[in-house]
Design a protein around this ligand. Sequence first.
Ligand SMILES: Nc1nc2c(ncn2[C@@H]2O[C@H](COP(=O)(O)OP(=O)(O)OP(=O)(O)O)[C@@H](O)[C@H]2O)c(=O)[nH]1
Ligand SMILES: [Mg+2]
Length: 326
Amino acid sequence: MDIDDLKTRILAGERRALARAITLVESGRVDHRAQALALLEAVKGHGRQALRVGLSGTPGVGKSTFIEAFGCMLTGRGLRVAVLAVDPSSARSGGSILGDKTRMERLSRDPGAFIRPSPSQSQLGGVARRTREAIDLCEAAGFDVILIETVGVGQSETMVAEMSDLFVLLLAPAGGDELQGVKRGIMEMADILLVNKADGDLKATAVRTCADYAGALRLLRKRPQDPQGFPKALTVSALEEAGLANVWDEMCGLTDWRRAEGHFDARRAAQARFWFEAEVRERLLARLSREPVKGAMRALAGQVEDGELTPSAAAEELLSTHLMMS
Ligand SMILES: Nc1nc2c(ncn2[C@@H]2O[C@H](COP(=O)(O)OP(=O)(O)OP(=O)(O)O)[C@@H](O)[C@H]2O)c(=O)[nH]1
Ligand SMILES: [Mg+2]
């Protein structure tokens, strides 16, 4: 693969080149990995700084419908929009990805948009790295807004929040007291809560649910990166495309404030550091379960069992000899 050519075409905003580049960073092949790293280095600092928006919500809450409507609104304003999906469970089959593509039919035909479904990789670490790199490639390709969608399960939300400038939680209208069992930790990560389906029969419930969440948000500890009034709860209807312009205004207002106060850059810097440290940890652990280190560990464990080595001496031997030099 001609990395220089690929770089030029990505910087020119070619979507096909971007798709190929993402396939390259997803590849597990060693030679592909070297090419991917060279490409990422080459495009670094080019392109534009996109607004990265993480979006989460339980299945059926309307994420795909929202992204389609919101994305089309943004492209209608001349903005270029990339959509990345993160689904580390990968229990969802290709059929579901296909379902999403048909659900986002309008957006996927839009020349101002780029949609990339989740890879069928099941390791969270692998998905995290691939998504971060895809974000960098989308920025290099000149996208203005990157929507990163994830299902509301497990660690994937935390992961997406750690690579987003804004984290948005989509919620369904709920009756009465139960706040849908939204975990406190997730609430604390959110910058904007959107109660979707505020239309038809559900509208009144949605408005009430939104007020409940607004009340719950006021009880959370104040974060330094929030101006007055944030995190904020709003109602939308993805189906009727109502409230979407307001959502975008709120996102821009929050982002402008954070930029002016230095929080925007500080957060990106902290995220870069977080992912560096996470990747070091993850790759060290991966080496422990691969040969030849795995075999050395087995052998040393045998010696520890037989009383030939103390656990500490064996650990020292493994770390200094096998892990660092393999
Ligand atoms: N009334 C109403 N229905 C909506 C709205 N948004 C989505 N829906 C419906 O809710 C259902 C699920 O919507 P999706 O957009 O597929 O939800 P999702 O969150 O992407 O679901 P998964 O991909 O399964 O996680 C569909 O039948 C939509 O038509 C809305 O604003 N109002
Ligand atoms: Mg969906």
